[in-house]
Design a protein around this ligand. Structure first.
Ligand SMILES: NC(=O)c1ccc[n+]([C@@H]2O[C@H](COP(=O)([O-])OP(=O)(O)OC[C@H]3O[C@@H](n4cnc5c(N)ncnc54)[C@H](OP(=O)(O)O)[C@@H]3O)[C@@H](O)[C@H]2O)c1
Length: 106
C-alpha cells in the first residue's frame, strides 16, 4: 500500500505497459486517473474491474495526446474535480526515431 492517499495519472492506460502500470499502482492503493485515447465499454469495464479488485478509485479520462486543446480540457476538468496529481506517468507514445529537439509536437 505504498501509494495509498496518492493520485497517479497514467496515459495509455488501456494497453501494454500503461495497462500493467495502472494495475501495479492500483495494487499499491493509489487512486488513478487512467487516460486513454478513446472511450470504449471494454476499457471502462476493465478499469471498473481493477477498482473493485483493489478497492481503489479509478477515474477514466479521455483525450488524444495529438490534440492540444483536448489535453487542456482534460486537465481543466481534473482541476475542477479538485483532483491533485502526485505522480505523472507519461507512458503513451509511438516509436519514433530522431532527436527530441527535432521532433514536431504532432
Ligand atoms: N515496449 C517496448 O519495448 C518499449 C521500448 C521503449 C519505449 N517504449 C515506450 O513505452 C510506452 C509504452 O509502450 P507499449 O509497448 O506499452 O506501447 P503500446 O502497447 O503500443 O501502447 C501505446 C499506448 O499509447 C497510447 N497512445 C499512442 N498514441 C496516443 C495518442 N496520440 N493519444 C493518446 N494515447 C496514445 C495507445 O493508445 P491506443 O490504444 O488508443 O492506440 C496505447 O495505450 C510507449 O511510449 C513506447 O514508445 C516501449
Amino acid at each position: 500500500m505504498m501509494f495509498k492517499g496518492k493520485t497517479v495519472l497514467i496515459t495509455g492506460a488501456n494497453r501494454g505497459i500503461g495497462r500493467a502500470t495502472t494495475e501495479a499502482f492500483a495494487e499499491e492503493g493509489a487512486a488513478l486517473l487512467a487516460c486513454a485515447r478513446k472511450q470504449t465499454p471494454e476499457f471502462e469495464a476493465d478499469m471498473a474491474g481493477l477498482a473493485k479488485k483493489y478497492k481503489v478509485e479509478i477515474t477514466p479520462v479521455y483525450f488524444d495526446l495529438a490534440d492540444e486543446e483536448a489535453i487542456k480540457n482534460a486537465i481543466k476538468q481534473i482541476a475542477t474535480d479538485k483532483k491533485r496529481i502526485d505522480v505523472l506517468v507519461n507512458n503513451a507514445g509511438v516509436p519514433f526515431g530522431g532527436l527530441m529537439t527535432m521532433t514536431p509536437i504532432a
